[in-house]
Design a protein around this ligand. Structure first.
Ligand code: FRU
Length: 491
């Protein structure tokens, strides 16, 4: 049954991928060949390559019954499309193969995903396994579902029970699964297994507070730099200062898992990305022991210009990021392989810029990198128009008094809006100066920008410009000292 559905999807992709409009297609970010994508799934380093699956509806540029798309890469920058890995086909996953994860065991690749069923007023989510000998073709196991309503009686609701992430800890397999409580709060459940087929409920790993959203999605749990980290994606987390301003947010809990009780002791938590488009991150660990994270670079509930314009695709992944934990904070760095693709490098070095502007000649390219570093002791305001059109710009503003970095796409390009409660076009992050200096790395692809304020915050955002953009400019109110700007093209 599944095989036919997969063949149909692959055939459709083959026939239609040449038809899509490329104007806003990314160059070094993963997208589907055609159609809609959301969450990254099954991110794994398997037999010398990174495999990334994703929530996929090939037949339209809007969400539909979920398949798993699949791509692999050696450098996390260039991706090779592989055949669709999963398609809804059984009673337990009739309305979608929802998010999940991957793990290698005895040379085989196992996927754990959520079977979603929703019809005639009945909604049910259960956890399922599919296995592959070659990392490309998958079979659902006969014993599915492996975790279902019997496992969670009185603990969680079967209607919202999804996104299993498998991990291995001291010779045992564990799976963290998202759910919600009867009082509409997020909670993460922990299950364990010796063989990936037989699962038992272990504990409620962590329960959300009222202000932490009505449901938690896409958990991930890992040990890094001496701490345990639990990533979650809460729906409708309450805003606090500059944090959690999108309808759906992403949060890193830093602390320690007590494996005897199966509880997560939280020592700190914070939002992961301060942009407008970042959701459902997932991590993998590679051969070198690096913990790498990728997220869906979009936000639920907003219009998507590539769909509105009939371009027949929607959604992309973020640039992969290497993670660390320092002082109870999750630190993100751009994946280092990206630097090997920066060409045509140039530098601007200025001892002093006094109430003046400079132009960064990155003209005519939609894939560029800018690294900015400067001493802001005497600066009142720094304004970078990163992508400029005649009358509007993607603007980055930094004010040393508040130590706030903000990014805005207000009135730039095609408008992107959500419900009445979501008219956000700008976000702000706290970015303390380090030794009076601000250091920023900016990665622009055709329709996205990702800003890394070194070691402090990351902001990811999409935009869809109209027409050709002008070179970036930087202008200073007050004095800016010891300026160094390195820039180049990303090819
Ligand atoms: C998160 C999510 C998951 C679900 C998937 C469905 O973006 O809602 O919880 O598994 O998307 O596509």
């Amino acid at each position: 049954m599944m095989r036919e559905k997969i063949e149909r999807a692959n055939q459709f992709i083959k026939e239609n991928k040449g038809m899509i409009n490329n104007v806003y297609r990314q160059s070094y970010h993963l997208m589907a060949p055609v159609g809609w994508i959301n969450d990254p799934n099954g991110f794994v380093y398997y037999k010398g390559e990174y495999h990334l699956f994703y929530q996929y509806y090939p037949y339209d540029s809007v969400w539909g019954p979920m398949h798993w798309g699949h791509a692999k890469s050696k450098d996390l920058i260039h991706w090779e499309d592989l055949p669709v890995a999963l398609a809804p086909s059984e009673e337990y996953d009739l309305d979608g193969c929802f998010s999940g994860s991957a793990i290698e065991k005895d040379g085989k690749l196992y996927l754990m995903y959520t079977g979603h069923y929703e019809r005639e007023g009945i909604k049910r989510e259960v956890q399922c396994i599919a296995v592959s000998e070659d990392g490309v073709h998958f079979e659902k196991i006969p014993g599915n579902p492996v975790i279902s309503d019997q496992h969670i009686k009185g603990i969680a609701q079967i209607e919202d029970f999804r996104d299993p992430k498998i991990i291995e800890h001291r010779g045992m397999y564990y799976s963290v699964v998202a759910s919600k409580t009867a009082e509409q709060r997020g909670q993460i459940l922990l299950f364990q297994s010796d063989d990936l087929f037989n699962w038992r409920f272990t504990s409620i790993l962590l329960k959300g507070k009222k202000e932490q959203g009505v449901m938690w999605e896409c958990p991930d749990l890992f040990h890094l730099d001496g701490k345990d980290v639990l990533l979650i994606s809460p729906i409708e987390m309450e805003k606090k200062d500059n944090s959690y301003e999108n309808i759906n947010s992403t949060v890193a809990f830093i602390g320690e898992v007590d494996w005897l009780t199966g509880r997560f002791n939280v020592e700190n938590f914070h939002e992961i990305d301060f942009g407008l488009d970042f959701y459902a991150p997932q991590t993998c660990i590679d051969k070198q022991g690096r913990r790498i994270m990728v997220a869906w670079m979009q936000m639920w509930g907003r219009n998507m210009p590539t769909n509105d314009l009939g371009h027949f695709w929607a959604g992309a992944m973020t640039l992969p990021r290497e993670l660390h934990v320092e002082k109870q904070q999750l630190i993100q760095q751009p994946i280092n392989t990206i630097y090997t693709f920066i060409t045509d490098k140039k530098s601007i070095i200025e001892e002093k810029l006094d109430n003046s502007s400079i132009v960064i000649e990155n003209n005519g390219t939609k894939q560029f990198y800018i690294e900015f570093s400067g001493n802001l002791t005497l600066t009142k305001k720094l304004r970078m128009k990163i992508i400029r059109s005649n009358d509007s710009a993607i603007e980055l503003i930094y004010e040393p008094v508040t130590e706030h970095l903000s990014i805005s796409r207000d009135s730039f390009g095609f408008s992107i809006t959500g419900a009445e409660t979501d008219k956000l076009t700008k976000r702000t992050a706290s970015v303390p100066l380090i030794d009076n200096r601000l250091v920023l790395e900016i990665f622009r692809d055709t329709s996205s920008i990702e800003i890394f304020a070194k070691g402090v915050a990351v902001m990811s955002m999409n935009f869809y410009e109209k027409g050709q953009s002008e070179p970036a400019t930087l202008s200073v109110v007050g004095m800016l000292e010891q300026v160094e700007i390195n820039y180049g093209l990303i090819k």
